[in-house]
Design a protein around this ligand. Sequence first.
Ligand code: UD1
Length: 432
Amino acid sequence: MIDLKEGVVEYLEIEGQKELKGAVRISGAKNAALPDMAAAILTDETVILENIPYLLDVSTMKNLLEHIGFRIEEKENSVLSFRLERVASLEAPYELVSKMRASILVLGPLLTRFGYAKVALPGGCSIGTRPVDLHLKALKKMGAKIKVEHGYIYAEAPRGLKGSYIHFSKKSVTGTENIMMAAVLAEGETIIDNAAREPEVVDLANMLKKMGADIKGEGTDTIVIKGVKRLKGTDHRIIPDRIEAGTFAVISALFDGNIIIEEYPYEYLGYVHALLEKMGVNVVKISQNQVVIKRSGRLKPVDIQTKEYPYFPTDLQAQFMTFLSVIEGSSKITENIFENRFMHVPELRRLGADITVSGRDAFIKGVKSLSGAQVKATDLRASAAMVIAGLIARGKTRIYDIYHLDRGYENLDSKLRLLGASVKRGFEEINS
Ligand code: UD1
């Protein structure tokens, strides 16, 4: 991850079809690290987070917290301490929010602790419009005065937020997290109905409870939070990244099981394992947190629908599409969460995949093999799909726009190199 001078682009070049073997360790979850970092706003004591992945999105959240006034220190590798010593700003500026939509996670904590927050309105992003209306509606229900003007959300609750009954009309991960963080310091009881059940929501609840919060029902549809006066610091270990784990499960299945995956969060991937089994792939536990992936026979096509946890995660959709593109027969993927999350399809087609899209459905006819080409990483998870494609394709695949990869995968290229893949970064001058 380096800053590039203008006119220079970084790419990843993969020479495909190398044998992969060895062990790989799954990093801490990006989607748990970001809310857990934002939760440090809720206390004036020190919060220590372990197993922090070094990612572009984590640096963006770090910059945002430093902008607010945090002192952040690296204690040791993957361990950071956070302390809000003196508030410098209650604002999340556009430069940071535009880099990462999850910056919206500071809204709930800032508002509940300080009675004010100004957060740039996240724009649309490549995978869809992704509004934050549900976050704002819930905070209004809790008594916040909110106006959206000049591209910013201005939220005020000078006398604090009030516990309330919040029904999410649609399950939202960061929405649930934002409201949970707002509710822990609100007056009285908050009930979040139709809450997101993702393991990262549970991880945040566990951390908040260690800080002294009163939360029940996390991991179910209904979370009940009783507000407390203040929270204390804590030391918390971030859960492993189930999306990175699922990505390596796909890679390992394609190379038929010579890879040991360590720190594998087996219990978070039950639905994905059942689906892999249908495809002829078994995830075998060889110790408490190590697995190997074994094929049970010929690989089979399958139909997949993305859906909120505990079902199939949208964040693994692109990686499974690459997988299915080389399995003989017809498969279908329906994307139910984001309306525009098939941008990787034209890129996979450049590599020889046979995929057509109609609305929210992608129809995949398995081809014998893919052939290396130049492609673009169109979003974070699509970038992983391109890497997988490059690993199995004949010849060289060059992937551009790989900053997407660095946003969410810790050292994916070096992890793959350690397994024997031929993956290198390079730079190219562009004439604009
Ligand atoms: C989180 C994850 C992201 C994952 C997504 C879905 C983090 C940091 N990011 O994103 O990796 O792809 O969950 O699993 O955890 N929606 C609204 N109004 C809102 C909020 C959401 O209409 O106020 C819609 C979204 O457009 C989308 C759906 O609800 O269609 C789910 O989005 P949501 O769960 O909120 O995604 P994020 O929390 O942004």
